[in-house]
Design a protein around this ligand. Structure first.
Ligand SMILES: NC(=O)c1ccc[n+]([C@@H]2O[C@H](COP(=O)([O-])OP(=O)(O)OC[C@H]3O[C@@H](n4cnc5c(N)ncnc54)[C@H](OP(=O)(O)O)[C@@H]3O)[C@@H](O)[C@H]2O)c1
Length: 323
């Protein structure tokens, strides 16, 4: 495993981190399996774990707490997220800071997350939705600064809404946050336009989330794919999205070099972006952990393939189903 500096915090973070949404409640999750996979990741050098109160109302945070306690001799970086008070994803322009992150709500959910995980502090506390217009309300980041000063967490981050990388640039430029979490993958390359330059300028760490476009970039989806009842992916991969996603993934298949899989190509594409500190694939199965972590030592793709993949940029706008 290779490590990168996590922006101004100076933490050394594994290039492949761990996304813990799926194990918080996607259908087919099994806690015993998840804990085995998490422990394997630690043994293979992974030291960054991303969860949220919203991943099973604290369930995923509980798994992370168990992992941290099971590895007292290792420094594992624990990141979580405060849900918006209106519990609405995605955020919309008309939601105010008071609708989503009033100071008493921030404090209540920081305490709740610490309790769920059984930890005294998190390393990174993120807002689970974000609007740059909330910067005008000084109470929001002031409350975070106060809680940070109390030692309840050590760094502040925002998780930028799907397909809106522009809607976090002002927060980065404000100098008040330490990290951004944003969708960045072969399709979603638009954080390179404005967000990444701002992060470099302000030394803000970048967490690249959803590296497989929720599964499309594993190359395993078909236009007939469905998920068990209650799985959120049925509401995301509606026909309009599923059909175009499969078409765009199929267009990549001829580019996958011999001996490489599409998931490996997807992760190594992201490794080619030096502004990214860590990539957090969602993974519950052991074989996914092993395969994904192995990509770090293989490194970025060659320049010619990187250039070919850059042409598969797919700019999308949030819609009713995009969440
Ligand atoms: N608003 C937000 O802040 C927000 C939103 C979305 C995601 N996130 C964070 O980002 C993380 C990653 O996103 P995600 O989990 O939604 O999507 P993702 O990482 O794009 O895809 C996850 C899916 O890929 C599968 N997978 C993983 N490695 C694979 C491999 N090598 N080969 C084939 N399939 C593989 C996983 O299967 P298994 O699970 O069965 O192993 C899972 O079904 C989340 O877990 C969460 O921490 C944050």
């Amino acid at each position: 495993m290779q490590y990168r500096r996590f922006g101004r915090t100076d933490w050394q973070i594994s290039e492949i981190g761990y996304g813990m949404w799926g194990m918080g409640g996607w259908t087919g999750s099994d806690d015993d399996q998840s804990l085995v996979s998490l422990q394997k990741a630690v043994e293979l050098g992974c030291n960054f774990f991303d969860t949220a109160w919203g991943y099973g109302e604290g369930h995923s945070e509980g798994l992370l707490g168990k992992l941290v306690k099971a590895n007292p001799d290792k420094k594992l970086y624990a990141a979580t997220k405060i849900p918006p008070k209106n519990f609405q994803w995605p955020s919309k322009r008309e939601y105010t800071s008071n609708d989503c992150f009033p100071p008493d709500h921030i404090e209540e959910y920081v305490e709740s997350s610490l309790k769920n995980a059984g930890l005294n502090a998190f390393d990174l506390m993120q807002f689970h939705t974000w609007e740059d217009s909330w910067l005008k309300d000084e109470k929001v980041l002031q409350k975070m600064a106060d809680l940070k000063a109390q030692g309840l967490f050590h760094a502040i981050g925002i998780s930028i809404n799907r397909w809106e990388p522009w809607n976090g640039v002002q927060a980065v430029k404000s100098g008040l946050i330490d990290a951004v979490q944003v969708i960045y993958n072969i399709f979603d390359q638009n954080p390179k336009d404005e967000l990444f330059p701002a992060c470099r300028e302000q030394d803000v760490a970048v967490i690249a989330r959803v590296p497989f476009d929720e599964g499309t970039l594993t190359g395993t989806l078909t236009k007939e794919s469905t998920w068990p009842e209650g799985d959120w992916r049925n509401t995301y991969f509606v026909p309009e999205n599923l059909n175009s996603s499969v078409d765009n993934a199929d267009a990549l298949k001829p580019l996958v070099p011999e001996g490489m899989t599409m998931p490996e190509m997807a992760l190594r594409f992201i490794l080619g972006e030096s502004t990214v500190s860590t990539i957090i694939p969602g993974m519950r199965q052991l074989r996914h952990v092993e395969a994904n972590i192995a990509t770090s030592d293989k490194g970025a793709l060659n320049d010619s393939l990187m250039a070919q993949l850059a042409e598969h940029r797919w700019d999308r706008e949030p819609t009713e189903w995009s969440q």
